[in-house]
Design a protein around this ligand. Structure first.
Ligand code: ADP
Length: 483
């Protein structure tokens, strides 16, 4: 692969400002054709220990920098990321599969978080409190939590790291991330740029390895780690949360979703179709905020399904490296099997295929963009996160019924509703039991907004002032003897 900046191609962990090799490696494969693209180092247990202890040492000098210095370093990192966006996107497409335009979009989106948090670093304020005894003063300080570890998924190999790291570094924390074993190359390229930007050794570190469980145990249980931040599936998140309990770590958990997308009888139908296309088919349906259960009012059902069918059938499936591709491969063969299994089971239980429904034969992990109707709440596909390009459609009749069905899930990440009725918009904003509600919008995330879920979708928020607070502790200081 030809990069303009060949220094971005890195294949071993980045610890304390150095590239750290090991004897043992594992293979990274291109999901579009299963070719091996890199051999990446397995981190050793002593290297992992070193990552944590050196990050601890790097804390004080990083916190001693003025906010202007920290913000300037973050802004140079952001600028280098933007300058190298085409290369970063090419690496991402190679290891993850998403179309080039989506990969560039992810790089720019991730860089926006650095920009936002470089500015927000200036607004980490404390307080001076009224006191009830003379000779005393009472203060509240916002202190960085300390060493932060993170584990991130493969679906957004760059942005899920930057969303966390930007806030953590701005707050004055040092950060160690284990990217998904499937997509470490994007993370390592970001580390190279952090180094070039002048971010000091030990402040931003990337550890690579295929043994997620063993690495995860250290990152969640090490006593020098103050905070753990995770994005991934709910079952793994629950396990990691329990591991964090041993040392009572602060945690952030961005876990799975089962997003309802509701189109009411008074919705703008073209906006509904656009919203479904954006929310469902982006990243081949592999996002935790993808519309997972699409509820269409019976009075507009036929029209929406017919328009949607035309759009879905015009999607081009292929390698993300081709400029005309809309839908890239799924991440691996297990992902294709899971989606295929859910579709087949739904059909057996009475669902109908409007279009698609099958894996694409040949090399790579491709699945046809699919529309299923006749979905009911009893079906497996209604209750599981699909994580593939399958629009699963349910017909409904009234508002109360659809709100109850939408909330009928242990998940609570994102929800969407399309309506022109202002009073209904208020009711939905309050009644939908999700951390995020998109009204007449299918793609919501932005750096100033709190991204995160309720129920089994997680703890904490990323983005905005809520995101930086995840990396700060509140400290009460009482000064006596003042006279
Ligand atoms: P997904 O279903 O999206 O792949 P996972 O939760 O399996 O989500 O993976 C998200 C991240 O969690 C990845 O970096 C993966 O390596 C890591 N992971 C998976 N299982 C474990 C585990 N048992 N302990 C620690 N990390 C894990």
């Amino acid at each position: 692969m030809q990069l303009n900046n060949s220094a971005l191609w890195k294949t071993c962990s980045f610890i304390n400002g150095e590239w750290v090799v090991s004897d043992s490696t594992y293979q990274i494969k291109n999901p579009a054709n299963q070719e091996v693209i890199a051999d990446v180092c397995e981190i050793t247990s002593s290297q992992l220990e070193q990552a944590i202890t050196t990050a601890q040492v790097a804390l004080k000098p990083w916190q001693d920098k003025t906010v202007d210095e920290r913000a300037a370093l973050l802004r140079s990192w952001e600028q280098l990321i933007l300058n190298n966006r085409e290369d970063l996107a090419a690496i991402m497409t190679l290891e993850q599969g998403k179309p080039g335009s989506e990969a560039v979009g992810e790089v720019v989106y991730g860089a926006k978080y650095i920009e936002w948090y470089a500015e927000e670093a200036r607004r980490i304020n404390g307080a001076v409190l009224p006191v009830n005894q003379s000779g005393r003063r009472a203060l509240v300080l916002s202190r960085p939590v300390g060493v932060v570890t993170a584990i991130t998924p493969w679906n957004f190999p760059g942005a899920m790291i930057l969303r966390k790291a930007a806030a953590a570094l701005a707050a004055g924390c040092c950060f160690i991330v284990k990217p998904s074993e499937l997509t470490p190359l994007s993370a390592l390229a970001l580390a190279e740029l952090s180094h070039k930007a002048g971010i000091p050794a030990g402040v931003f570190n990337v550890v690579t390895g295929s043994n997620a469980q063993a690495i995860g145990e250290v990152l969640t249980m090490h006593p020098l780690v103050a905070k753990f931040s995770f994005t991934g599936s709910t079952p793994v998140g629950k396990k990691l949360l329990s591991q964090c309990a041993f040392t009572v770590k602060k945690t952030s958990m961005e876990l799975g979703g089962n997003a309802p997308f509701i189109a009411f009888e008074d919705a703008d139908i073209s906006a509904v179709v656009k919203g479904i296309m954006g929310s469902k088919f982006r990243n081949a349906g592999q996002t935790c905020v993808c519309a997972n259960r699409i509820f269409i009012h019976k009075s507009i059902f036929d029209e929406v399904v017919s328009l949607l069918k035309d759009k879905v059938e015009s999607l081009i499936v292929g390698p993300g490296s081709r400029p005309d591709t809309h839908i890239g491969p799924l991440i691996n063969s297990e992902a294709v099997e899971k989606v295929e299994g859910l579709v087949n089971l739904a059909i057996k239980d009475g669902a109908r295929i409007v279009t698609g429904g099958k894996r694409v034969k040949g090399e790579g992990h491709f699945f046809q963009p699919t529309i299923l109707t006749g979905i009911t709440p009893e079906m497996e596909i209604f209750n599981r996160e699909i994580f593939g390009p399958v629009a699963s459609i349910i017909v409904f009749d009234n508002e109360q019924e659809v709100i109850q069905l939408a909330n009928q899930t242990p998940f609570g990440l994102c929800s969407y509703a399309y309506t022109q009725n202002a009073t209904r918009i208020w009711r939905l904003s309050e009644a939908l039991d999700f951390g995020m509600v998109g009204i007449n919008e299918g793609v919501l995330s932005n750096p100033s907004a709190p991204f995160g879920g309720v129920k089994e979708s997680g703890l904490g928020r990323e983005g905005g002032s809520w995101g930086i607070n995840e990396y700060l502790e509140t400290r009460y200081v009482c000064i006596g003897g003042i006279g």
